[in-house]
Design a protein around this ligand. Structure first.
Ligand SMILES: CC(=O)N[C@H]1[C@@H](OP(=O)(O)OP(=O)(O)OC[C@H]2O[C@@H](n3ccc(=O)[nH]c3=O)[C@H](O)[C@@H]2O)O[C@H](CO)[C@@H](O)[C@@H]1O[C@H](C)C(=O)N[C@@H](C)C(=O)N[C@H](CCC(=O)O)C(=O)O
Ligand SMILES: Nc1ncnc2c1ncn2[C@@H]1O[C@H](COP(=O)(O)OP(=O)(O)OP(=O)(O)O)[C@@H](O)[C@H]1O
Length: 531
């Protein structure tokens, strides 16, 4: 995770009275607030504080923000908001200090207030779910731009505000940064915001202060249980998004039981989308997808509402799960009130849902008579890995090769399952490193290999020959997989997608799977020409 050094914020400050802020939120101050005191923006990290900011010093797992308040003031912070413990440490600070019981729970509404509720001046779309948030949000933004809107995008890969693009640190930014970003978008003339809403963000109040016009749910499967503890808590965190405090309408994919439960749990109007044949007894969905057919590198499909509205379009991304993402994106835009005829016309003009999503089923080499196809994907949990392999199998005449690992310091429970999923879905399994973080990479690989080896016996009993190798570091694994593959094979490099930094033992190493894969493809070409 790179340190924050910059953030997108409005260029023209529009200060508000600190005394009015304290009154509006019932915040006590450690000393009287001067009547003329003003704040123009909010920051919760001293490293991005600018002149006139309110610095919010949050208690955290690794530090208390109060430790950074003096530096924040040196950088121009005009006031501090913190909890009682923080206020005790800041008795000598020479700016006003406001006190809240739970600064994290007021941070979002306070930042929205300071920036004059920017989310209310944008059409806002939020996407949550274990997998598909990035892909779906890119498709929503693509469709909104095709409809002539000036789209803003916030998510795992990047933050786009008008023509400003900044790489992302978090999938969902902290509330102070998010509200500054929304205010900057408003200033730039952006009129529609699409963003990913992670379950961490909901649980940590990062999106408090935003009520999404439309909130979408992709799916839920095992991930992030190291943070949420169990699936029910993980589900509960996501369900919070589909309440009046956080959204006005919900669109829920009901392809799995968690989707059905989410549709039932939502306390805002819900439109359901079913993209696979309904199991017996399942309630009818509002929207259904059928007539799915191969279309270029992806699929064409028909979306039909129970009231007869229908449209046919396509996504350029492979796999049934990308039909689900595309259908969700279309229904989210329809749910915002855009007539189906306008959406259909925009899709026709924009070649369907054809957003290129960095590191999501990104084709590095198309494959030809001399070389294998090489694809880089972000699949980094069991469900995603299974689906990514299944998506590539039908267009792989030769062997399906997968190069992947598991993240260190996260969710050890999913490592064996990922190893097993790789053996079940591929012909050649290369276990390597993902982002080890501070964990011993060999220990992580061993856990993945253990699950793979167990599945190997079952695969061989079923008559499938699967080869399993361990190669580290990751760059060598990618190179070896590409050099050893044959024409007609597909090499899937999974887990890191768009990422360009690998965190190993606290050190940020430059590593981009796409660059490594491309280099290996060129090495094949040189080997073939010199042969
Ligand atoms: C579990 C989690 O989300 N923790 C986040 C949380 O950490 P924390 O509360 O422990 O804060 P801390 O690091 O102790 O710092 C305390 C306070 O001091 C401030 N500080 C800290 C250091 C400094 O130099 N200056 C400074 O002002 C911090 O901004 C913070 O307000 O607040 C920090 C400051 O914003 C975040 O950096 C940190 O995200 C960590 C790095 C993280 O890895 N988060 C991941 C798990 C995450 O949020 N992932 C989801 C996506 C998940 C998915 O779907 O894949 C995401 O939305 O990105
Ligand atoms: N609807 C889906 N169902 C299951 N798997 C999916 C779906 N959409 C994408 N995937 C798989 O999950 C991976 C992650 O997709 P994407 O980045 O769109 O999801 P995400 O929720 O944003 O992930 P993250 O929160 O980690 O950024 C993809 O590379 C693909 O392998």
């Amino acid at each position: 995770m790179t340190s924050p050094t910059a953030r997108i914020r409005p260029t023209v400050p529009s200060p508000r009275s600190l005394a009015d802020l304290a009154a509006a939120f019932g915040l006590a101050a450690t000393r009287p607030v001067p009547a003329q005191a003003q704040v123009s923006a909010v920051a919760s990290d001293n490293r991005v504080v600018a002149d006139g900011d309110l610095f919010v010093a949050l208690p955290g797992a690794r530090a208390h923000g109060a430790d950074f308040a003096a530096d924040a003031v040196r950088r121009g912070a005009a006031a501090v908001l913190t909890d009682a413990a923080g206020a005790e440490r800041l008795a000598d600070l020479d700016v006003p200090v406001l006190v809240a019981d739970e600064p994290r729970t007021v941070l979002g509404p306070v930042a929205a207030w300071v920036h004059r509720e920017p989310a209310e001046q944008l059409a806002t779309f939020g996407v949550t779910g274990t997998n598909g948030k990035t892909t779906t949000s890119y498709q929503v933004d693509h469709l909104l731009r095709a409809l002539g809107r000036r789209g803003g995008l916030v998510g795992t890969v990047e933050t786009r505000a008008g023509d400003q693009v900044l790489p992302s640190r978090l999938t969902t930014p902290e509330a102070a940064d998010l509200q500054a970003l929304l205010a900057a978008m408003r200033e730039l003339g952006v009129d529609a915001l699409t963003m990913e809403v992670s379950s961490h963000a909901i649980a940590m109040h990062r999106v408090d202060g935003v009520v999404y016009d439309v909130a979408g749910f992709t799916n839920l499967s095992q991930d992030h249980l190291d943070f949420h503890g169990d699936l029910e808590s993980y589900f509960g965190a996501k369900a919070e998004l589909f309440t009046p405090a956080r959204s006005r309408r919900a669109v829920v994919v009901v392809d799995d039981v968690w989707g059905e439960r989410m549709a039932a749990a939502a306390t805002v109007p819900v439109e359901t989308v079913r993209t696979v044949p309904a199991p017996a007894g399942a309630p009818a969905a509002d929207w259904t997808v059928d007539h799915v057919e191969p279309h270029g590198t992806g699929s064409a499909f028909t979306l039909t509402h129970a009231d007869g509205r229908t449209l046919r379009t396509a996504t350029s991304l492979p796999g049934g799960f990308n039909v689900a993402n595309a259908a969700l994106a279309v229904v989210m835009v329809l749910a915002s009130g855009v007539p189906v005829g306008d959406v259909a016309a925009a899709l026709d003009a924009a070649d369907g849902l054809s957003a290129r999503v960095p590191g999501r089923m990104e084709v590095v080499a198309p494959g030809d008579a001399a070389d294998p196809r090489v694809v880089v994907d972000f699949a980094h949990n069991t469900d995603a890995l299974e689906l990514a392999l299944a998506a590539l199998r039908p267009t792989t005449p030769g062997r399906l090769v997968v190069v992947f690992g598991a993240t260190g310091d996260r969710d050890p429970g999913k490592r064996g399952a990922m190893g097993a999923a790789a053996v079940a879905g591929a012909d050649v399994v290369v276990v390597t490193d993902d982002d080890p973080h501070d964990e011993d990479a060999a220990v992580v690989r061993a856990a993945v290999l253990a699950g793979a080896r167990e599945a190997l016996a079952a695969a061989r009993a079923a008559g499938r020959e699967v080869s399993l190798v361990e190669v580290a570091p990751r760059a060598d694994a990618i190179r070896r997989a590409v050099l050893d593959a044959a024409p007609g094979d597909t090499v899937l490099v999974a887990g890191r997608g768009h990422e360009t930094i690998q965190e190993v033992g606290g050190v940020d190493l430059e590593l981009d799977d796409r660059v490594e894969a491309r280099t290996a493809v060129h090495a094949r070409a040189e080997r073939n020409t010199s042969a």
